[in-house]
Design a protein around this ligand. Structure first.
Ligand code: HEC
Ligand code: HEC
Ligand code: HEC
Ligand code: HEC
Length: 447
């Protein structure tokens, strides 16, 4: 064999292995969600689902504290959002956010522990804004989060920086090149599930409000009121966002669209997603962007922008975050917006810092605080070491059979890796009319 030919064969072998490595290893399971023969199916990989299940368990809830006794604002010096809580409920909240956001680092992640009233750490200022942001989601976006609601844990999952955030990618415009502005295409970006679509589908839709819809309302209409003016490039951006949405929820396009007619709203999750897009946009513009100057430079992206939220920040691969666990119900302080929201600062106040240096603040309060804090920290350590993250207690019935699979895996402690998915074929065969819900069932067996 000639040398070039051998080289060619070697390259071919490498490419083949490379291509196969990108595929998911079988078995893959599909669950029918529409009429037979319409290809309305959700495709699952049982191994990925099992890995997902352990990532999506809700954390243990710290027992509720009494509402009796003095209010936090009467006892502490610098409580701007949660002042109406009893000291007990306030303390429970501090323990909870430590568990949700900085379990490794503890109270000191946000606090100067010599003076808890001090606002000199940026993390505390961000956290105060985040309390308001979380309240806003639960109070104003029930159209999306329903009664499940969110807590800090929904996004943070025990990490100070949530695992899934986005920044604007570095500018790749190259006017010298024949290619011109490639709109971030052909780089197999994670943001668009490794497709070659434009790698920033977020700035136009989850920050700006450019139109997402690209389908014409009438076939082939080139002029008149029904003409479709969306360009191929706009369409590619829409598809980029759709790849992200599907990937971050662990679903296929058919979860929200009947692919015979992409613009139809017949599938309910599509309406939830519509609200989700608007909610995410608001979180970015009204809560995160205003914090840009509060964050230190190393927390900003290549274009100097703050880390922002997308669908994956909350969903993290699940059709509902934490498979629909009712996150907020045990935390009434996160369900409604407090009164003093508008006046909250985003910068580190000089006054607090100089007050701290001159030892201001009543010594009674300081003493009360110090002993309280020791007690708190002890309770916190006990709670957090004694209770392993509970397998989620509150599950609602999933909207269709397909997504129930995730719940069942959770209940069965899928980390054991012994879960089998089976479809009852007789039920499908019996279902000639297509209307029998049993035909859409998948059986999950733990072996
Ligand atoms: C993720 C950030 C964060 C963590 C972690 C945190 N706190 Fe706080 N803490 C805050 C914020 C924000 C405030 C102000 C709340 C407000 O303005 O309503 C606050 C206020 C306080 C206050 C009131 C101080 C005063 O006099 O104004 C105390 C006491 C306190 N925290 C104790 C704790 C303890 C104890 C822990 C650890 C168990 C803790 N915090 C963990 C963010 C945090
Ligand atoms: C919708 C998702 C979401 C929720 C809910 C949320 N956060 Fe955040 N949080 C973020 C994002 C995005 C950032 C920016 C990441 C970064 O720090 O660069 C962030 C950053 C922070 C930081 C700064 C961490 C650092 O080291 O830079 C703190 C502290 C924080 N959040 C506390 C909280 C607290 C406390 C709550 C609940 C009251 C909460 N967050 C709820 C998304 C969320
Ligand atoms: C979680 C639900 C959801 C999933 C999954 C989803 N979409 Fe969408 N899709 C939407 C919503 C909502 C809109 C409309 C957005 C708006 O108007 O703000 C939309 C719009 C579209 C449009 C434009 C339709 C029109 O009326 O012009 C196309 C095309 C599209 N999606 C394709 C896809 C493809 C392809 C996939 C799979 C890669 C997908 N979608 C996955 C919810 C979804
Ligand atoms: C702040 C956290 C958060 C963000 C960000 C978020 N979601 Fe959700 N989403 C939720 C919660 C919580 C639920 C569960 C609501 C319920 O119990 O019905 C949910 C439910 C949904 C559902 C309904 C699923 C079903 O089977 O009924 C869809 C669809 C959805 N989200 C799509 C999206 C899309 C698309 C985005 C990004 C544009 C997004 N979400 C961003 C928290 C979030």
């Amino acid at each position: 064999m000639s040398a070039p030919r051998r080289l060619f064969q070697a390259l071919l072998a490498i490419c083949t292995v490379g291509l196969l490595a990108g595929c998911e290893r079988p078995p893959i399971d599909t669950v029918q969600t529409g009429y037979r023969g319409t290809a309305m199916e959700q495709i699952y990989n049982p191994r990925t689902l099992a890995a997902q299940a352990s990532l999506n368990a809700a954390p243990a809830v710290i027992p509720a504290a009494s509402d009796e006794g003095p209010k936090a604002r009467e006892v502490y010096q610098n409580v701007q959002v949660l002042g109406d809580l009893s000291v007990g409920a306030f303390t429970r909240h501090m323990l909870s956010i430590t568990q949700w956001v900085s379990p490794q680092e503890g109270c000191a992640y946000c606090h100067n522990v010599a003076n808890f009233a001090d606002d000199s750490k940026y993390t505390k200022i961000v956290a105060r804004k985040m309390i308001v942001m979380t309240q806003t989601v639960n109070a104003n976006w029930k159209t999306h989060v329903a009664e499940s609601g969110v807590t800090c844990y929904t996004c943070h999952r025990g990490n100070p920086v949530p695992a899934e955030v986005w920044y604007k990618p570095a500018d790749r415009k190259n006017p010298q090149s024949l290619m011109g502005d490639m709109a971030g295409q052909n780089i197999a970006a994670k943001s668009v599930a490794y497709s070659s679509l434009p790698n920033d589908p977020f700035s136009p839709y989850l920050l700006d409000a450019l139109p997402i819809r690209v389908n014409g309302l009438e076939a082939m209409a080139q002029s008149g009121a029904q003409a479709n003016r969306a360009s191929t490039k706009q369409t590619e951006h829409t598809w980029g966002l759709m790849m992200h949405m599907s990937k971050s929820m662990g679903v296929n396009c058919t979860y929200c669209h009947n692919t015979r007619n992409m613009q139809s709203w017949e599938q309910l999750p599509r309406t939830s997603a519509w609200h989700g897009i608007r909610m995410t946009r608001e979180l970015n513009n009204e809560h995160l962007v205003p914090l840009t100057s509060t964050f230190p430079a190393q927390r900003l992206g290549p274009m100097g922008d703050v880390a922002k939220v997308n669908c994956a920040t909350c969903h993290q691969g699940a059709y509902k975050p934490l498979y629909g666990a009712a996150m907020a119900k045990d935390h009434p302080e996160l369900l409604t917006l407090g009164p003093k929201v508008a006046s909250l600062g985003t910068s580190l106040p000089e006054t607090t810092r100089s007050a701290l240096q001159s030892g201001a603040g009543s010594s009674d309060k300081a003493g009360e605080q110090a002993s309280g804090v020791d007690q708190l920290t002890a309770t916190m350590t006990a709670t957090m070491t004694a209770t392993p993250p509970a397998i989620l207690a509150n599950r609602e019935l999933a909207r269709n059979q397909a997504v129930k699979v995730g719940d069942t895996l959770l209940a069965a402690d899928a980390s054991q890796g012994k879960v089998m998915l089976e479809k009852p074929l007789p039920a499908i065969a019996a279902n000639l009319a297509g209307g029998d819900p049993a035909a859409r069932q998948a059986e999950v067996k733990v072996k």
